[in-house]
Design a protein around this ligand. Structure first.
Ligand code: UDP
Length: 247
């Protein structure tokens, strides 16, 4: 199974995949001896890509951009190119951990605040006892630390790399190091997923998720995000306008 053709939302690619198809692609990526990059695209990514050509190029070159945001599903429907499902990065991390445990792939957990990656690894190993973790490290996306982190990951011979530096820093970190990590076959920017696994941040209750209002829950619990989340109404307006413009 190859990644399906991406749909395009404001010149940004999003792959029309379900969680099951994502996991199928992960297996396929892991069978090939090169680093594959997955991005967890949401409307904030799309808006950031409008003014950041490097980030846009990274999204286009990524092997898979999963639809991690209900806004993308609404946009896809509006644009006449519907996406089949939302694939949240915060859920994917558990599926990935389970697959790693089953297949013997060893993930390296990079990023988040001091101690959070380690705690995430412990929790995932508790849920999936067969999971072997190659390494954990907070580090920072600063260039000064780049080579030391690359060496650390290479010394661990990790198969999978989860990077929690927030977008677009995490995606740029993976992109600039993609040729330097010979053992890694899959690298994914996981945003705040370690904070969710460790309970530092709470996902919305299922019924709120089902209403497509997880973003509102996040805003209520992390109000300092309001400025970043202005990307959402801007995204909605741009998508509405882009159709008006084309028709
Ligand atoms: N983060 C980090 N170093 C940085 C910036 C962010 O480790 O220089 C971590 C932060 O602790 C958090 C993660 O990046 O665990 C993701 O942050 P955020 O929730 O803002 O990302 P999003 O999910 O919105 O992409």
């Amino acid at each position: 199974m190859n990644a399906p053709q991406p749909i395009t939302i404001l010149q940004t690619p999003v792959h029309p995949v379900t969680m099951a198809q994502t996991l199928g692609l992960v297996r396929r990526f892991m069978a090939q001896p090169r680093l594959h990059q997955i991005c967890t695209t949401n409307p904030e990514f799309v808006m950031a890509a409008q003014r950041d050509p490097l980030f846009r190029r990274i999204l286009w070159e990524a092997d898979l951009c999963i639809p991690d945001g209900v806004g993308l599903l609404l946009a896809g429907r509006w644009l006449g190119t519907p996406l089949p499902a939302r694939v949240p990065g915060s859920a994917l991390i558990y599926h990935l951990a389970e697959l790693c445990a089953r297949e013997g792939w060893r993930p390296f957990l990079l990023g988040a605040a001091e101690g959070v990656a380690k705690e995430t690894a412990h929790i995932l190993q508790h849920i999936y006892p067969a999971l072997q973790v190659a390494g954990v490290y907070a580090g920072s996306p600063a260039l000064a630390e780049n080579e030391a982190i690359v060496q650390r990951i290479n010394a661990s011979s990790a198969d999978v790399l989860l990077v929690a530096y927030g977008a677009p820093r995490q995606d740029k970190w993976i992109y600039r190091n993609r040729q330097k990590l010979p053992t890694v076959r899959l690298a994914i920017g996981v945003g705040g997923s370690f904070d969710f696994v460790t309970g530092r941040a709470k996902r919305a209750p299922l019924w709120v998720q089902n209403l497509g209002l997880e973003w509102l829950h996040r805003l209520a619990h992390e109000p300092w995000r309001w400025r970043r989340m202005l990307a959402l109404p801007r995204f909605a307006l741009r998508v509405l306008f882009s159709v008006k413009h084309e028709t």
